[in-house]
Design a protein around this ligand. Structure first.
Ligand SMILES: Nc1ncnc2c1ncn2[C@@H]1O[C@H](COP(=O)(O)OP(=O)(O)OP(=O)(O)O)[C@@H](O)[C@H]1O
Ligand SMILES: [Mg+2]
Length: 398
């Protein structure tokens, strides 16, 4: 087994404040492997930034240990901690660029501190700016850059001294969705092309969905769930994880939407889970055709979670009642199916624990509306090798 590049062992950080002690990180134990893109998600105050500051030794742990690259930070003298920090790059939400220095000089700064000769610095800066795609901005000052360009400078600067680890604390929170996607794609290149371990701190589940291999969910200083990103999305265990997943996936009709769907579609409505565990969507069409059932997609969407397909489709099934029943039974053999009944005989969606009115399943900043975990048979699914081009009715796709 490979040695972890970062290991927390019962690590705690307690801040002593007038109002009492704050356990910002509370007995956390987990490993991050070299080469991973690891996400840490949690609401404001969960302890994410404090956890990151334990990794780069900006804060000493109050108890327990933090091991980075085989070195226990809790036992190292300050001179050695500086060495450890040199092997860790960091990027921030507010970019933290030096306004009085050009882009090239910002990126050059850590090289100057590390004592690189001038000619080597210039070559390295050129290489870095090229890697992050802003070679043409070398002489420009930060004030003249867009948020996305500023973060590219931040990334170039963080990579300057060839770190093994890159820490990103809310690095896309100040960016619009399109720019966020560009920066996340760049972080993926940092990981795949340079082999750098990336630790991403975020409160946006979409960032985890599109970037992270694994994710730890934090609440009140503790890790309440830690698993493969795909597994956390498909079968979230902790209520906090469920809220985050619900905020990122809006593929299932809420109570309000379902009511409107029933108004428009008198046939039998079923929601069919889609994942990459087994069958293709072609199988779905095939079993329904065999049963003599017509189907139209009326809602849903398939998105990517950790670069794998995931989502659900709500179908209107029409045909003889017995045929429809046969079709639903056939679908159940390989997928998670929620039978919503018909407009005249509606069935309740058991996964819809949200009261009517609080329809969007909860958002990180909104009211806690928590659907229970989706029941999914292991190894079941529709996707995998099949076509993703589906007949889309009046629903949404993502
Ligand atoms: N230097 C400090 N002194 C006292 N309390 C602190 C200090 N730093 C953080 N805290 C407290 O520790 C807890 C965790 O803070 P932290 O900044 O790690 O949370 P976070 O998950 O990063 O939140 P956010 O999403 O808002 O950035 C909070 O209750 C915070 O008030
Ligand atoms: Mg923070």
């Amino acid at each position: 087994m490979t040695e972890p590049i970062i290991a927390f062992r019962e690590a705690s950080k307690v801040f002593t404040a007038r109002s009492g002690d704050v356990r910002a990180v509370d007995g956390v134990s987990f490993d991050i492997s070299p080469g991973e893109i690891f996400g840490v998600i949690g609401y404001s105050g969960a302890g994410k930034s404090t956890l990151v500051r334990l990794i780069n030794a900006l804060e000493p742990a109050t108890s327990g240990s933090v091991v980075v690259d085989g070195l226990d930070l809790t036992t190292l003298p300050e001179s050695r901690l500086r060495q450890v920090r040199a092997g860790i790059g960091m990027i921030f939400q507010q970019f933290n660029l030096l306004g009085s220095r050009s882009v090239a000089k910002n990126v050059s700064y850590p090289l100057e501190v590390a004592g690189w000769p001038k000619a080597e610095r210039a070559a390295r800066v050129a290489e870095l700016l090229d890697f992050v795609g802003i070679a043409d901005k070398a002489g420009v000052y930060p004030a003249k850059l867009s948020g996305g360009q500023k973060q590219r400078v931040g990334i170039a600067r963080a990579l300057a001294t060839n770190p093994r680890i890159l820490l990103a604390d809310e690095c896309t929170s100040a960016l619009d969705p399109e720019t966020t996607a560009d920066v996340l794609a760049l972080l993926r290149r940092v990981n795949t092309e340079l082999g750098i371990t990336v630790v991403v701190i975020t409160h946006e589940m979409d960032v985890v969905r599109s970037l992270c291999d694994r994710v730890a969910v934090m609440e009140h200083g503790r890790v309440v769930e830690l698993d493969d990103t795909y597994r956390v999305f498909s079968t979230p265990q902790h209520p906090v994880s469920r809220r985050f997943v619900a905020s990122a996936l809006k593929d299932r009709p809420t109570a309000d939407v379902l009511e409107r769907l029933r108004g428009r579609h008198p046939g039998r409505l079923v929601t069919v889970g889609v994942d990459d565990a087994g069958h293709s969507t072609a199988t779905m069409n095939e079993v329904l055709r065999e049963a003599g059932v017509d189907s139209t997609v009326v809602f849903g969407g398939i998105t990517e979670v950790a670069q794998r397909p995931y989502g659900s489709l709500t179908l209107e099934l029409t045909g003889q009642p017995a045929s429809i029943q046969q079709g639903v039974t056939a679908l159940r053999a390989f997928s998670d199916v929620v039978d919503l009944g018909t407009a005249s005989d509606p069935h309740e969606d058991p996964s819809m624990a949200t009261p009517r009115g609080s329809s969007d399943g909860g958002t990180p900043d909104g009211p806690p509306a928590m659907p229970p975990p989706r029941t999914r048979r292991p190894g079941s699914g529709l996707f995998g090798g099949g076509s993703s081009h589906l007949p889309i009715g009046d629903g949404r796709t993502s």
